[in-house]
Design a protein around this ligand. Structure first.
Ligand SMILES: [Zn+2]
Length: 298
């Protein structure tokens, strides 16, 4: 396998500082292009776009890029809990061996989040890798609390601490690929789907055309989502699902009499309404709004 630590463009980023920034920066209401994002803003302003990018990566690499939200973890609300399947299995073993909750501050960082950090790099004393060059785009990275307490359990399972960046671990075990090219390719495919008259190369590398396109991408996501043909199941998750599909679901729930103020973000109230609807209809109460369920609402 390619060792992510030996990637030519790799920069040791300041993971603690990035986390601090996302914790303290305001989650501004922002619906502009990535290039218009205010300096110092939380990268969560691009969560709707980030969810589209992760989904597109999963379409490109079926079964290989998975959530670890169901493990014994306490996730920061801005952390996308996605790693490659073998890294997830190793993480599960490490957490089970210690028998404690793992506090995860960050894991997968999409190229949209990385673009926001990179575009703001001159206002930041910390090093920032360009999109597609961060270890947080490999699908093999986590930043955690109590890193030295976790060292023996993680190292035993192939997760290695990164020198000079205390909260950061990379999975260096078998059966993985470097997802950084996949991350760029996913963006390029989504861009081309939505901008056929301004198509860019689908080459998986972050060149000037791709950088320009990414800067001109709406933080709230593309009009045509990667789940356009096959709607994603909607449920309460961390980070919360956001997008036009969530908004449409909320409008239907509201029209059906539920006390919902549609905002395009699937929080606890929307999840409760889904459950209530299922209960009312005598369906299994899963809290998951599949396409079929959404059609039943209205
Ligand atoms: Zn990190």
């Amino acid at each position: 396998m390619a060792n992510p630590h030996k990637h030519a463009e790799f920069i040791v980023e300041a993971c603690t500082e990035d986390h601090h920034r996302n914790k303290t920066a305001a989650r501004a209401s922002f619906n502009g292009l990535l290039q218009e994002a205010p300096s110092g803003v939380s990268t969560s302003i691009a969560n709707a776009l980030s969810q589209q990018l992760i989904y597109q990566m999963q379409l490109l690499e079926p079964g290989k890029f998975v959530s670890f939200e169901d493990l014994n973890v306490d996730l920061d609300s801005a952390a996308f809990p996605y790693v490659q399947a073998s890294a997830r299995d190793a993480l599960a073993r490490a957490i089970a061996a210690r028998g404690e909750v793992m506090q995860v501050n960050s894991s997968y960082r999409t190229v949209a989040q990385q673009m926001l950090l990179y575009n703001d790099r001159f206002n930041n004393s910390n090093p920032v890798a360009p999109p597609g060059a961060s270890n947080h785009q490999t699908g093999l990275a986590i930043d955690i609390e109590d890193p030295r307490g976790w060292d023996p359990f993680l190292i035993e399972q192939g997760w290695e601490p990164l020198g000079g960046d205390p909260p950061h671990f990379d999975y260096l075990g078998d059966d993985v690929v470097d997802f950084r090219a996949t991350a760029i390719l996913a963006f390029q495919k989504l861009w081309n789907l939505n901008n056929p008259s301004a198509a860019i190369d689908e080459d998986g590398s972050f060149g000037p055309g791709t950088e320009s396109a990414l800067l001109q991408t709406p933080a709230t996501g593309f009009p045509i989502a990667p789940w356009a043909d096959s709607p994603r199941p909607l449920r309460l998750s961390t980070p919360r699902m956001e997008g036009a599909d969530v908004f449409a679901l909320q409008e239907k729930l509201k029209a059906a009499g539920f006390a919902i103020a549609p905002d395009g973000e699937l929080g606890p109230k929307t999840a409760e309404a889904i459950q209530e609807f299922q209960k009312k209809k005598g369906l299994e109460v899963t809290g998951i709004a599949t396409a079929d369920l959404v059609n039943q609402i209205g």
